[in-house]
Design a protein. Structure first.
Length: 376
């Protein structure tokens, strides 16, 4: 049995006291006195929050998920250092053989967590079922949904989330059956209209990939895919690095989408110095606080979820409890995980310990403290 003392954020609010968890990595007890959020932050005691959950991670620590081999381990360790306790390894649009290599390597990572890394819950297949007119930083291997390919890939490693463009011929009609088969569908890299978005949601699509980016924008006479998201979505992911999306647009999304949650869309350049890195088959360049293709196109980010939390609180002015939900709870709920993304009896002991300035002091993944010296 292990215990952490501090100001603990529970689903009911902050308590000043202790949280205990057993050797199986489950929370067994939370004791404390209720307190207000401002008091919790100003007291000087450690802030104990649910571990962060990132559903869109391409890389980190110099490694890219599409490289296969031990890349998934390195990526999970890099992000665990920044408070991410569970994540989806995210692929790039690529030929089938490249996807097979990447998912074959991820199978082991999904089963056996590195002692210094986040739990890899499965795969976010960002493409290849997207529109080749909205590739963004994706390589040009877009194609319609191919069920045989998809099911074969899922046998290699569990696919939890698929980004697709519903307007691509054949894709819309498959959303219902894909959802019934257990895949979660997100709309992204799309030239689709407002009506396409509404139809896709009605058929079972659950959210939107990196809202505002690589999709048709909103105009008052043509609301576009962004308009469909703002008018109808319960869930959508957003990249709050303050580069991909203007703070004002993030505020619009916060007012419109109840369970807007944060992702990093991070690349191999995360946690690394400026220079040249890999993103799938592309060379990308980390400079001026971002990651870009040679032509200047944004190509993922170097964001980590601890910085996302600080951006939400310090720049956008969100209360800490709300910001916490947007880097943990909402993503867990979206995946149907009732035992992650919150600190309550019976949940996994996925915990971040922060100082008053919201910087990481310690991280626990399923009750195990990661070793920062080895996390990258």
């Amino acid at each position: 049995m292990s215990t952490i003392q501090g100001n603990i954020l529970t689903p009911a609010g902050f308590v000043s006291g202790s949280i205990s968890f057993n050797d199986a990595g489950r929370v067994t007890r939370i004791d404390g006195t209720p307190m207000g959020e401002s008091q919790a932050r100003e007291s000087g005691q450690p802030l104990v929050l649910p571990g962060f959950i990132d559903l869109h991670v391409h890389g980190g620590g110099g490694r890219d998920i599409m490289q296969g081999a031990d890349a998934g381990v390195r990526v999970s360790e890099t992000h665990a250092r920044h408070g991410t306790t569970s994540m989806l390894a995210t692929t790039m649009t690529a030929p089938k053989e490249d996807l097979v290599m990447a998912l074959t390597a991820l199978k082991t990572v999904c089963v056996d967590r590195s002692a210094h890394g986040a739990r890899v819950l499965g795969v976010h297949l960002e493409g290849p079922y997207i529109n080749d007119e909205k590739l963004g930083a994706q390589p040009d291997f877009a194609r319609p949904v191919q069920l045989n390919e998809l099911n074969a890939l899922n046998l290699l490693a569990p696919i939890r989330l698929i980004t697709m463009a519903p307007e691509v011929p054949g894709n819309m009609e498959l959303i219902d059956s894909l959802r019934e088969a257990g895949y979660r569908i997100q709309i992204g890299h799309t030239t689709g209209s407002y009506e396409d978005g509404v139809n896709a949601l009605a058929r079972g699509a659950g959210g939107f990939t990196h809202l505002f980016n690589a999709m048709t924008g909103m105009h008052h006479r043509e609301p576009g895919m962004v308009g469909a998201a703002l008018a109808h979505a319960k869930y959508a992911e957003i990249i709050p690095d303050l580069l991909h999306v203007h703070p004002g647009a993030i505020r619009v999304a916060l007012r419109s989408i109840p369970c807007l949650y944060c992702v990093t869309d991070s690349t191999s350049a995360t946690g690394m110095p400026d220079g040249e890195y890999q993103l799938g088959s592309h060379k990308v360049y980390k400079c001026m606080g971002g990651v870009r293709l040679a032509d200047g196109t944004l190509a993922g980010s170097t964001l980590t979820l601890d910085q996302a939390l600080r951006n939400l609180v310090d720049t956008l002015g969100l209360p800490l409890h709300d910001a916490s939900r947007r880097v943990s709870t909402h993503a867990a709920d979206y995946l149907g995980l009732a035992d992650r993304g919150r600190l309550s009896v019976g949940s996994w002991a996925d915990i971040v310990v922060l100082n008053r300035d919201l910087h990481i002091q310690n991280v626990f993944v399923e009750g195990n403290s990661i070793d920062h010296a080895h996390a990258g």
